[in-house]
Design a protein around this ligand. Structure first.
Ligand code: NAP
Length: 545
């Protein structure tokens, strides 16, 4: 087994992952003079954006606010070409950032961490990668990403299927040629919604296996123009300020008319039914994923939520020509927003194509795969390729898939067996000097993830600065603070709409995963203020030694 510089050198910090959060963390800690390395499983930077190369992959947050703000250097020299950036453009952006900030020299690529063990005698973390390299570091900064551990559906016979099987988050660098192929796709979540229209155009026949219809709205993507950039120069600081001071707004619609935008801060009940309808229509025409979050009580008041849901349902019938298919695609039985709303281009339109078939697998069960295809409702559907857009072991999977052990050799996976616990979604009692960005108990996936990442990276770096300046070797959440925060995270969802859906937000997509809310639903602003309070009071929720 090769021993990399680690045996000679104890790093001040090791960053797990070189995606949005990891690159920023590496830059921030290094700027403080710390000796830091980032370990990245992929052969390049990008994190989730490196792996999600499926056709149609793009971000559904507007590109102007889906980028870093931590350095003015990064506001210069980069121009987004489209309102919603394609995966390749986001990947190019992260690559540009890594080069501009000289980060690559401190990243070890193709380095998937398989174990991380806290050494109580030395107060440091010992890491081992899949390739057998080892590292030691005093601080362990996890930027492993909330949605990075893909899961495959457990369908009988799948391993016997002789065609190609591809998960959307493990798309091959050379995308398969679908011409003349019979393709099946499992899932109708955000990834599938983006892939379906494009694969449908390329293949001979596409069969979509849907378990639960999702709420969907069109992105209305378009090129960014010189006029857009003029607007942006004038409005950049204001937009960022608004994002920083908002509970839920993620920035999927930054150029929306002010009056429509401001309604988001008011109750739906302040408007007449006709005005509400106009507001929904304006949002729908503008595009983006937050049509239904038009008023501040969309997630609190079931009637407001149902009105938004019904608005989006009504649109399906205006696009999908076959009434039976339209009905199948209509989401019911759970509240709008409690499953991640999907956004795309021509998703519903794809079902008007002759070569696309929708199978609702709740009424026509998938029985099993055979070498030739899949048997559904007694019928064999022959397939050459199966695309699994089946999602992720979200928020916890990235860390629980590592043999990660804290004080007394306690495993994080076992510790979280009944549900994750942490203080502020950042620190876990019994796992000193481990800090998480985008971890369970933080609001990240319900917000503009890049913005929340930046806030958390800066906050954690501040905590590490505090340890360094005070000569503190060990830092972890106290048991009391962790219990309090975890109780708070769970109490916020009791009796709310969040409980109505089988979503990855509550771990319902992974068999055996405890059903608890994984994200903090209290909103970005509340979370940021709570973190600032913790820092302002000298970190009362942490124990140092
Ligand atoms: P997902 O939202 O979890 O969707 C997975 C889909 O697969 C669902 O339709 C699910 O059905 C279905 N499925 C899972 N297991 C199945 C099984 N055993 N049999 C049949 N169907 C099964 O995953 P995703 O679409 O990859 O998206 C994950 C998250 O990544 C998104 O919610 C979003 O946060 C992020 N994302 C973002 C963007 C973007 O534009 N920024 C793009 C893509 C993804 P059920 O609904 O019944 O579970």
């Amino acid at each position: 087994m090769s021993e990399v510089s680690s045996t000679a050198t104890v790093l001040d910090a090791l960053v797990l992952g070189a995606g949005f959060a990891g690159l920023h963390a590496l830059y921030r800690l290094r700027s403080n003079g710390m000796k830091v390395l980032a370990l990245e499983a992929a052969p390049d930077v990008g994190g989730a954006w490196y792996w999600n190369r499926y056709p149609g992959a793009r971000c559904d947050v507007e590109s102007l606010v889906y980028c870093y703000t931590f350095s003015p250097l990064l506001d210069e020299g980069w121009k987004w070409t489209e309102r919603y950036a394609k995966r390749d453009e986001i990947q190019a952006y992260l690559s540009w950032v890594a080069d501009k900030l000289g980060l690559r020299r401190d990243i070890r690529f193709n380095s998937r961490v398989v174990s991380a063990v806290f050494d109580e005698q030395e107060n440091l973390w010992r890491f081992r990668t899949e390739g057998g390299d080892t590292y030691r570091a005093r601080h362990f900064f996890s930027a492993a990403g909330p949605i990075t551990t893909p899961i495959m559906p457990d369908i009988p016979g799948l391993k016997d299927f002789e065609g190609q099987v591809i998960h959307t988050a493990r798309w091959p660098e050379r995308s398969p040629d679908f011409a003349g192929k019979r393709v099946g796709i499992i899932g109708t979540g955000s990834s599938a919604v983006q892939a379906i229209p494009i694969v449908a155009e390329q293949c001979e026949r596409l069969t979509v296996f849907m378990r639960t219809p999702n709420f969907y709205s069109p992105a209305r993507n378009r090129p960014l123009t010189a006029a857009d950039y003029q607007w942006w120069e004038k409005n950049r600081e204001l937009t960022r300020h608004r994002l920083q001071n908002c509970l839920r707004w993620g920035g999927g619609d930054i150029m929306l008319d002010d009056e429509i935008n401001d309604a988001m801060f008011r109750s739906a009940r302040e408007f007449t039914p006709q005005r509400r309808r106009e507001i929904y229509e304006a949002r729908y025409a503008n595009g983006g994923g937050v049509v239904g979050w038009a008023f501040c009580d969309a997630m609190a008041d079931p009637e407001v939520n149902e009105e938004a849901a019904d608005f989006l349902r009504s649109k399906i019938r205006t696009i999908v020509k076959d009434p039976r298919t339209a009905e199948k695609l209509t989401p019911r039985g759970y509240a709008y927003g409690t499953k991640r709303c999907t956004v795309g281009t021509d998703f519903y339109e794809a079902f008007n194509r002759d070569n696309v078939e929708l199978i609702d697998i709740k009424s026509e069960r998938i029985e099993r795969f055979t070498p030739e295809g899949v048997i559904v409702g007694g019928r064999l559907i022959k397939l050459d390729v199966l695309i699994s857009a089946s999602g992720f072991d979200a928020l916890t999977g990235a860390l629980t898939s590592i043999d990660l052990r804290g004080v007394g050799g306690k495993s994080l996976k076992e510790s979280w067996a009944q549900g994750p616990h942490s203080h502020l979604g950042i620190s876990v009692h019994g796992f000193p000097n481990l800090y998480m960005v985008g971890g369970p108990g933080s609001p990240s996936v319900l917000t503009n993830v890049v913005m929340t990442n930046e806030m958390q990276v800066e906050w954690i770096a501040g905590l590490i600065d505090h340890c360094e300046s005070q000569g503190l070797r060990r830092c972890e959440a106290t048991r009391e603070a962790e219990e309090q925060w975890t109780r708070h995270v769970n109490e916020l969802v009791k009796g709310t709409l969040w409980e109505s859906a089988n979503s990855w937000y509550v771990g319902a997509n992974v068999p055996g995963k405890p059903r608890v809310i994984l994200a903090y639903v209290g909103g970005y602003l509340t979370y940021r203020q709570r973190c600032e309070q913790e820092r302002g009071q000298g970190y009362p929720g942490f124990a140092f030694s």
